[in-house]
Design a protein around this ligand. Structure first.
Ligand code: ZN
Length: 382
């Protein structure tokens, strides 16, 4: 897509992906993972998962068997299905709300809880806190979502410690997108989310308009507290063969999970729960030269569904668009477009700066992008 960038020899992921390493054949980490995925002894891994769950049940007493962190996204319903229907587990569902729920996302979350009959704890940071964090997030990590990255990690751990539930069960493996590989899965520990997504601790994130007291919801429990309960976290995708397309089809048909149009994407299932997903992916495009469509197209290429040329075509069509959610985001963070670009610029990859890329197309009309569902609700718009 950009002539000065090196791309994976199989898919369309560029060298600017964080932690990207091409092997001797020029394959990116995600493509290497895909090859490994076919050679993994999945029955043995499934057996290992069964043991982890049997052990959790045995030690739970009257408590919940595990925590299932859910967002209302595509994996949430699948996670609940595997835990409840396949393994007969009794999980406590835990949600850190980013407070940017779309209408479809809110429906999916509530629908899942009703269908599986789960007890649920949710934390919602105030609108003002979210807005201030989003502004600070742009200048620190270069995306809009620090409060979500940090909050998801911290709140789930807080609940694990508070309820003394040592096992947390996430969905997709980080190997699917090249953060780890199936041969070497990412080992979970207390700092996992800080490492992979939040990047900045509360102390580093605090600034003149965000005190440590404001940031308390993002404070991770201490090492001793986590060790005292023997905290462990696993991703189902490291134990069960992960097939996103099939799983999405299954949860739609079986449980009424709904997809919707998402900015910058050509599939209807990624990040449907968030009305601001377009901002996240657009900022990634500005900094690193790829967005959601590249990730989706790369997955389709690996699965043999589309050609590499078609992948580049889709990426160009969907990614080089200013998202509609930008309007809401700029208002909420009190930033101008120029100021936003100023903040992002130092975080752009050198090769991307050389390109000097700018969005060239206007946005499509995507009804759920921008203003979050609850704000629309209280304003009488839905
Ligand atoms: Zn690749």
């Amino acid at each position: 897509m950009f002539s000065n960038l090196k791309y994976c020899s199989k898919c369309i992921m560029p060298e600017t992906v964080e932690g990207q390493e091409f092997d001797s054949e020029g394959l990116c980490k995600a493509c290497q993972s895909q090859a490994q995925k076919q050679n993994i002894d999945w029955p043995a891994r499934r057996e290992a998962l069964g043991k982890i769950f049997a052990n959790a049940k045995e030690n739970a007493g009257n408590n919940y068997d595990c925590i299932v962190p859910i967002s209302g996204g595509k994996d949430s319903t699948w996670q609940m299905h595997v835990l409840v229907k396949e393994y007969g587990m009794k999980p406590l569902a835990v949600t850190f709300s980013h407070n940017w729920f779309s209408k479809t996302g809110w429906y999916n979350l509530m629908n899942g809880l009703e269908r599986f009959g789960l007890d649920h704890v949710m934390f919602t940071p105030s609108r003002q806190l979210v807005n201030r964090c989003a502004r600070r997030s742009v200048e620190t990590i270069g995306d809009a979502c620090w409060h979500c990255h940090a909050g998801v990690g911290a709140f789930v751990l807080k609940m694990a410690v508070a309820y003394k539930i040592p096992l947390i069960v996430w969905g997709e493996s980080t190997a699917e997108h090249g953060r780890a590989t199936y041969d070497k899965p990412d080992k979970f520990d207390r700092d996992y989310f800080l490492r992979v997504s939040a990047k900045f601790t509360n102390e580093q994130f605090a600034c003149e308009y965000l005190s440590l007291r404001d940031l308390f919801p993002f404070e991770v429990p201490g090492v001793e507290e986590c060790e005292a309960i023997g905290l462990n976290g696993i991703h189902l995708g490291d134990y069960l063969y992960w097939d996103t397309e099939k799983q999405v089809e299954f949860v739609k048909k079986e449980y009424g999970w709904k997809g919707t149009q998402v900015e910058g994407a050509y599939k209807d299932y990624k990040s449907v729960e968030c009305s601001m997903a377009g901002i996240h992916d657009f900022l990634c495009y500005l900094k690193r030269g790829y967005g959601r469509a590249s990730i989706q197209a790369s997955g389709d290429i690996r699965d043999g569904l589309i050609s590499r040329e078609k992948g580049f075509e889709l990426a160009e069509k969907y990614e080089q668009i200013k998202p509609e959610s930008l309007n809401y985001f700029l208002k909420a963070t009190r930033l101008s477009w120029e100021k936003l670009i100023d903040m992002i610029w130092p975080l752009c990859q050198t090769k991307i700066k050389e390109i000097g890329m700018m969005p060239t197309q206007e946005w499509r009309d995507i009804p759920e992008a921008g203003k979050p569902f609850v704000q629309r609700l209280v304003d009488g718009e839905v």
